[in-house]
Each structure stands twice: as structure tokens, then as C-alpha cells.
Design a protein around this ligand. Sequence first.
Ligand SMILES: CC(=O)N[C@H]1[C@@H](OP(=O)(O)OP(=O)(O)OC[C@H]2O[C@@H](n3ccc(=O)[nH]c3=O)[C@H](O)[C@@H]2O)O[C@H](CO)[C@@H](O)[C@@H]1O
Ligand SMILES: C=C(OP(=O)(O)O)C(=O)O
Length: 440
Amino acid sequence: MSDVLVVNGGAPLRGEVRVRGAKNLVSKAMVATVLGDGISRMYDVPKIRDVDVVRGLLELHGVKVSYGPEGELVFDPSNVERAGVDEINVHAGSSRIPILLCGPLLHRLGHAFIPELGGCNIGGRPIDFHLEALRRFGAIVEKAPEGLHLSAPDGLHGIKFQLDYPSVGATEQILLAAVMAKGVTELSNAAVEPEIIDLICVLQKMGAIIRVHTNRVIEIEGVARLGGFSHRPIPDRIEAASWASAALATKGNIFVRGARQADMMTYLNTFRSIGGEFEVDDSPGGGGIRFWHPGGDLKAVALETDVHPGFMTDWQQPLVVALSQANGLSVVHETVYEKRFGYTAALNQMGANIQVFQECLGGTPCRFGRMGFRHSAVIAGPAKLHATDLIIPDLRAGFSHLIAALAAEGKSNVHGVDLINRGYEDFEAKLTGLGADIAR
Ligand SMILES: CC(=O)N[C@H]1[C@@H](OP(=O)(O)OP(=O)(O)OC[C@H]2O[C@@H](n3ccc(=O)[nH]c3=O)[C@H](O)[C@@H]2O)O[C@H](CO)[C@@H](O)[C@@H]1O
Ligand SMILES: C=C(OP(=O)(O)O)C(=O)O
């Protein structure tokens, strides 16, 4: 199938979509199954590419993965075994999740091979924190042209470790290594995103002992064995916010079934400040949030992306499209990734007026100030968007391109839309259901 989507924009998106388990939890919980000696079960798993990649990697390592009823995945890790480098490398460059297999595979096999990582191209995305922590746990890490080889001849042992920055992936790496390491691990400056807390819930179900203290300190008491788990994942708050931003940008009205207020409070405050309206529906048979554009002008805002409980960086790109329709100058200071504004060039080509700056334009100077990265954006609106040809650069930027094409009058050809499947389940069917005029 061609991966060009023809989008005939200009009409409001109206209707209902459903979000399922979060991409950024489901894939990690799948990795955790390797640590257990029993069967694990996960409900409400979305059909997205990152899930397929992790499933492929687990199967290569002997985990039997099967589909249960609608959206249920079942994992049997009783025969975990080494996989060939060439087979693993089929998945090179496709996702960031393989790095999280280090701890579980070292515990089960004493060895791990990790292919080149993928993920969105939004900055350097180093893994120095991961490797430093793994070495401290007792792993030997060897870098080779084909990927990373790790071994742990003396097993893994608990550590005291402080992250320079509360990295989500490094926190998960340390959790997955520490739960079965000998002794206690104390992690300071840990990330505490809701997806991490949900991963801790998964690990606790398996038998782990993990204490989340105040001030970003997590203490993990290593245990000798873990079992399987049954888990309904936290809903995807990034996808939910993406649809909310789409409703605002297209002057539409979308009920996002599955969206949960507690995980989205920071987004909801910003959405309301811009002039969007929402209603949380907790009624039986409800369970979701309705987002709509109430008519009239939207208001410009200033915001900074940050670690939880700040404004998520992954909410940024779709929201900027909505901000291009707000009245006045909005400022967005991106403090999590140094290169997450590349996509604004395409929006400008469509008529948006977005300038990017090297300075920290938010209230707080961040790590990227004076380093030459254009990590602050000023968005002047409202701008009339017009159709054009677009090339999808990565997942969230891709979704923002799609929203812009849907908000613009006329026909846009959006190239490379398959990338969006990495994190948005059935996005074309969902768009069609919302009344979008799209065709491959
Ligand atoms: C699959 C997944 O869950 N992806 C999410 C995860 O990515 P990911 O786990 O890759 O993001 P991190 O939180 O690790 O990255 C945050 C910052 O820390 C830096 N860093 C990270 C690790 C390291 O070893 N060294 C280092 O310097 C990164 O370059 C970045 O500037 O959290 C991000 C921040 O919420 C989200 O945008 C991604 O959607
Ligand atoms: C940056 C993202 O994901 P990943 O870490 O998988 O690239 C994202 O989901 O927006």
C-alpha cells in the first residue's frame, strides 16, 4: 500500500475515538514479562508497531506470545533462550525499547545483545545513563559495530545511583535491573511519569519490592524470583492529548474514550487556558473526556515542556498546530529534547508563522541554553493554513503534520504516514470515523 495519504482538509473533526494501553507502558511491561517464571497477561494492548517490534524480540528469545480475546496478549517466558545477532538485528533502528531488555536478559541468561536503537529523531538521545548504571550493577558492556554485547559473569548487585537528569528510559532500565539484583538499589533523581508508576505496579504484581519515596528517590529491594502478572495498562495520555489538539486545531469536537483526567491534568489546564473546552465523563458507560472548540478566538499561551508533572514533551507538537490558530504570540520552551522543533518548517510552509530560537524563552533556563540548539518557539496566530506536500519526519511531528493538513483548506499529500502506526492505533480508521476526507 502506498504510504502517501491524501488529506482534503478544512472540515472540523467530530465524533469519538478510543485510546487503549499507553505505548510508553505496554512495551516496557512486555519486557518485564521476561523476568517472570510464570505466564503474564496484558489487556487493552494497542495494535501499534512498537508492540510488534517488542513482540518479535521476545519471540526471538523464546517467549511464547499469543493473542487472547480482543486486545489481550499472553506471554509464556518459561523457555527464555539466547537469540542470534543477525535475527535480532532485523529490528535494528525500529524502536528504543530493546535497550530495556538488558537487565531482564542478564538475569535470565547472563548475556544480552542489543541492536541499534530507533525512536524519534528529536535530539542525540544518548544512553550513557543506562550503560553507566548497568556497569555499576556488575554488567560488562562491549560496544561492537553490530550493537551492544553485555554479560554479567557475577550476576547483578544493587547500587546507589543518581541520575543527572530524570530520564524515563534510564529509570526504567534501573528498575528492571534492580528488581532481581542482589541487595538494595537506591535511585535518586528518578523519573516519576505515570507510565513509570504503572511499570512499578506491574513489577509489584510480579513480586518486586519497590518503594517510591519523596523527592524522586526510588528504593528497590532485590528478590530472588518473580512470577507473572495480569495488568490493564494506563491509557495512552499522549494519544488522548493528540486528539484533543486535533479537535482544537480543526474547530471540532472529539470524545476520547479511555482518556483519564488524572494523567492529563497539566495538559487540561493548558487546553483550558487556550480557550478549549473539555468535559470529563465518569458516568457508567462513559469513561473518557470530550474536547471541543467552543467557537470564537483561541488565546495565545506560554508554556515549557518538562518532566512529570510538567507539560509532556510528546504533547507539544500537536498542540503547536492548535496554537498556530490562537490569537497572539505563544511561546513554547522545549526543555526535554534539544531538537524537537524541526517540524515547524513544514507548518510555516503551510502558512503558519513560527520562529525558533536558541535562547531559553521560558521562565527557567534549561540544559540547552547557550548550546546553540533552537529549542524555543514563538508562534504568531491566527494563521490561515493552506494545503501542501508534507513528509512525515517522526511520530508526534507526523501527527502534527496530519492535523495541520486537516485544518488547512485543500488537498495535501502527506508522505511517509506509516511512521504514525508506531504509536497511533488505526489512525486512518479513527480519522475517517471523525469525518476526515482522507485516502491512500
Ligand atoms: C518509549 C518511551 O517511553 N519514550 C518516551 C521516553 O523516552 P526516553 O526514555 O528515551 O526519554 P528520556 O526521559 O530518557 O530522555 C530525556 C532526556 O534525557 C536525556 N538522556 C536520556 C538517557 C541517557 O542515558 N542520557 C541522557 O542524556 C535525553 O537525551 C533527553 O534529553 O520519555 C520521553 C520523555 O518523557 C518521551 O518523550 C518518550 O516518548
Ligand atoms: C518520542 C517518542 O517516542 P520514542 O521514545 O519511542 O521515540 C514519542 O512517543 O513521542
